[in-house]
Design a protein around this ligand. Sequence first.
Ligand SMILES: O[C@H]1[C@H](O)[C@@H](O)[C@H](O)[C@@H](O)[C@H]1O
Ligand SMILES: [Fe+2]
Ligand SMILES: [Fe+2]
Length: 300
Amino acid sequence: MLWSVPLVAAVTREVKSIPSDPKESLMDGGFVVPDANSFGHTFRDYNAESERQKTVEEFYRMNHIHQTCDFVKRMREQYGKLDRVEMSIWECIELLNEFVDESDPDLDEPQIEHLLQTAEAIRKDYPEEDWLHLTGLIHDLGKVLLHPSFGQLPQWAVVGDTFPVGCAFDECNVHHKYFEENPDHLDPKYNTKLGVYSEGCGLENVLMSWGHDDYMYLVAKGNKTSLPLAGLFIIRYHSFYPLHKHGAYQYLMNEEDKENLKWLHVFNKYDLYSKSKVRIDVEKVKPYYLSLIEKVCMSI
Ligand SMILES: O[C@H]1[C@H](O)[C@@H](O)[C@H](O)[C@@H](O)[C@H]1O
Ligand SMILES: [Fe+2]
Ligand SMILES: [Fe+2]
């Protein structure tokens, strides 16, 4: 194996607010969704010719070939042990400074910018929902898997959109054609609409392609986080664009998933559209986030 068994130990204690339904309208109209990303293209345009296009496409080629049911099971088992490194949340955030996400057509800034841009945009519109600010701050922290301390996994095993394995790959997945080379694609156990699952089984029972979402979820859960369930759901499925953007795979959801999806839709707006070249003054906002981490988290 290329990587060693990592671990992170995390997280949280009391979180005050238990979310109900997201509010429908925001006081000042809220966050304005920009028309174009930093490169002048619409967001998530995977075919637009840009300096990032080739890197991103090659990323998805590797991702789609290698993310199989067996691979995911192996990763969940290894990384679920949480038995290697112990680090504070802020240390992890700083660790991400050196990485640029190869799957992302909209951002080539270091990840720390993205985490703070997301959290700050949420905080402005939802000042009371501190659990959601924290969720914004940590949602991509699982990308520490790229770092040697956490096993230095290749990008295709850490970032990018996620999708269920163990059933047919839906066509709305980005660069879908590369699944043709995925061994599961030819396996009759796995290549039907339901595959190994049953209608309405709940996402909890579905194996998702391995990456930073599921890893961070395992970390938070393994550390008995007190983040509300909606926060955990956001962390775990924020890259599942086929579902939350395109409505694919809905037949795998149960009632609880449908409730949680409402908050994921809110979150996604900030996660995606806050990506910009406008830098956050890290030192200025750091005290707020440190106090939040102190209040709701211990260490990752
Ligand atoms: O390129 C992006 C990036 O890796 C994000 O962190 C992930 O959540 C998205 O789903 C993906 O498309
Ligand atoms: Fe992400
Ligand atoms: Fe993100």
